[in-house]
Design a protein around this ligand. Structure first.
Ligand code: NAP
Length: 254
């Protein structure tokens, strides 16, 4: 069997499992109603320090809302086939600081990047991180050409959606990745969970309830079908903080 990295998830959520304030709110841009900050508990920092991820994973949903039109890209001239090969430029692979990959699943090629190298700059311990995008054979060629122009490495896996199993296997085989921390929203983490790719779940709950049936929530996977069972977990740790936050750590039962 091809080797796959260990994958753990970390999210901050309201007690009712909501990951943001409302369907049209991307936390990336901040919202004063969202009560979790880096200092709320230190859980995220502790995970970085102990787990030492080589990849942090996000979905395109953290950067662009569904229904929002991404900025158009110029058409590709000539044969697009060569674009559908993994793009791992030597200059990025051999950069002086190679601490990790800020990895985004973006099969539909919707996210435009203002900042490609060292997204962790100014963030202690994450200076040597570089953007990497997971795409598929269904990704528009214009987007792959754009990533190449911007010198953003990418891995091609699957069709229809990014094949998460293949993407993780490529991260291991091509980049030596052993540890992945997914801080994605509910749909990507839900897909990872349903594909049996999550080893550990971490949630920092804050004492608040948001509601909203359309508001992104923890593990927004498709509904269980008859005969499918809930994912069973084993509690590894539970940490309570003075501000009422609780950090739960669960191992996903194999
Ligand atoms: N509180 C927190 O800790 C936290 C963390 C992260 C995000 N958020 C918030 O959560 C929201 C985003 O969450 P979301 O659930 O909308 O987005 P998301 O988790 O980013 O999920 C969408 C991404 O998952 C991919 N995906 C979905 N199903 C898949 C499958 N079966 N196989 C492979 N890839 C699949 C999609 O790919 P396609 O393009 O192919 O569909 C897309 O890239 C935002 O509001 C953000 O601010 C909160």
């Amino acid at each position: 069997m091809t080797h796959r990295p260990t994958v753990i998830t970390f999210d901050t959520a309201s007690l009712d499992g909501r990951l943001t304030i409302a369907p049209d709110v991307l936390l990336l841009y901040g919202d004063e109603r969202w009560p979790v900050t880096e200092d709320s508990s230190g859980a995220y920092r502790q995970i970085l320090d102990t787990f030492k991820p080589q990849v942090t994973l996000e979905g395109s949903g953290s950067f662009i809302l569904e229904g929002m039109e991404p900025e158009p890209l110029p058409p590709v001239e000539g044969d697009p086939a060569p674009l559908y090969k993994d793009f791992l430029p030597e200059a990025v692979l051999n950069r002086p600081n190679q601490d990790g990959w800020f990895t985004i699943v973006d099969g539909r090629g919707r996210v435009r990047w203002l900042y490609t190298g060292e997204p962790g700059k100014g963030y202690p311990g994450m200076e040597g991180w570089h953007l990497l995008v997971c795409v598929g054979h269904h990704t528009p060629p214009e987007y792959l050409a754009y990533l190449r122009r911007e010198n953003v490495p990418y891995l091609v896996a699957g069709s229809g959606h990014v094949d998460l199993i293949t993407a993780l296997e490529k991260l291991s085989a091509k980049l030596g990745v052993e540890r992945v921390l997914s801080t994605a929203g509910g749909r990507l983490n839900g897909a990872l969970l349903r594909a049996g790719l999550v080893d550990e779940v971490n949630v920092e709950f804050f004492p608040g309830i948001i509601g909203g049936p359309e508001t992104p929530a923890l593990f927004d996977a498709p509904a269980l079908q008859p005969g499918e069972w809930p994912t069973r977990l084993t509690l590894l740790a539970c940490q309570q903080f003075d501000n009422g936050h609780v950090w739960l750590r669960y191992r996903v039962n194999g």
